[in-house]
Write a protein that binds this ligand. Structure first.
Ligand SMILES: C[S@@+](CC[C@H](N)C(=O)[O-])C[C@H]1O[C@@H](n2cnc3c(N)ncnc32)[C@H](O)[C@@H]1O
Length: 242
């Protein structure tokens, strides 16, 4: 951590109006860009920014305390190329992020949502996969990770329509103990971690739209494959949606 006089501001304020996000204005340069959707406490982004000062990093997160911690971590290390915005990452990628503006989109452990009334909050759905495809530059990367087998199955069945999908079974070499807090916690609970590195397919926009239109909605039962350490059918033991 740097002396306090060297800390930098790392918060990005998203305009209330839905306007295209101006990467160059916020980062003051044109550089490869890394976007983390639902970045939690920023563990992955901060470590990536420490390794890659050549890249601009943006995390979007809904929960203010997690966002504050992420921002503080980056600021205390002087990482002006690692910034955090409070907001809905789905809305950001669907409506605010310009097309072909991002080199890497990362999504680690999106909440599975067990309650049927909350399924529409799932971060991955046909329209969000299409949005991730749209915001990536040609050849851009989509990195996805979950400890929920049903989420993994749905994503593995749908994302290959838009991305060349490649499973990454082993822990990440850059973070053998886990790239994110949720990965570290899930591994401590003995849960399997499912990781994929997916490269954007070169399709024309009409074909990408058509492929997304043929995808099914993510209405899977997140508990179907025994995710978590609870007994199916025992309601009180089901994981709660946060
Ligand atoms: C299980 S946590 C994982 C956090 C982090 N990615 C990790 O792996 O440790 C899911 C995170 O996604 C955030 N989240 C859920 N829906 C979101 C949305 N629509 N926009 C932004 N963040 C969201 C939650 O607040 C939470 O921090």
């Amino acid at each position: 951590m740097l002396p306090k006089t060297d800390w930098v501001r790392t918060r990005v304020m998203l305009d209330r109006r839905v306007e295209p996000f101006d990467w160059q204005r916020w980062f003051g340069r044109v550089a490869p860009r890394v976007l983390d959707l639902g970045c939690g406490n920023g563990l992955y982004l901060v470590s990536s920014a420490l390794r890659r000062s050549t890249h601009d990093h943006l995390g979007v997160e809904l929960v203010p305390p997690a966002l504050r911690l992420a921002s503080l971590r980056a600021g205390q290390r002087g990482l002006s190329h690692c910034k955090f915005a409070w907001g809905d990452a789905t809305e950001f990628v669907v409506s605010r992020c310009p097309s072909a503006s991002v080199d890497e989109v990362h999504l680690y452990h999106p909440q599975p949502y067990y309650d049927a009334a909350k399924l529409d909050r799932r971060q991955l759905a046909p329209h969000t996969l299409l949005a991730i495809w749209r915001v990536l530059v040609p050849g851009g990367l989509f990195v996805f990770q979950t400890d929920n087998p049903a989420y993994w199955k749905w994503t593995g069945e749908h994302a290959p329509q838009l991305f060349e999908w490649s499973e990454h079974a082993e822990p990440w070499p850059d973070a053998p103990a886990g790239r994110t807090l949720r990965e570290i916690r899930a591994r401590a609970q003995g849960l399997a971690i499912f990781r994929a590195v997916a490269r954007r397919r070169e399709l024309d926009a009409g074909e990408a739209d058509a492929r997304a239109a043929r995808m099914s909605a993510p209405t899977f039962d997140a508990n179907k494959f025994g995710a978590g350490r609870f007994r199916p059918g025992k309601r009180s033991a089901r994981p709660r949606d946060r």
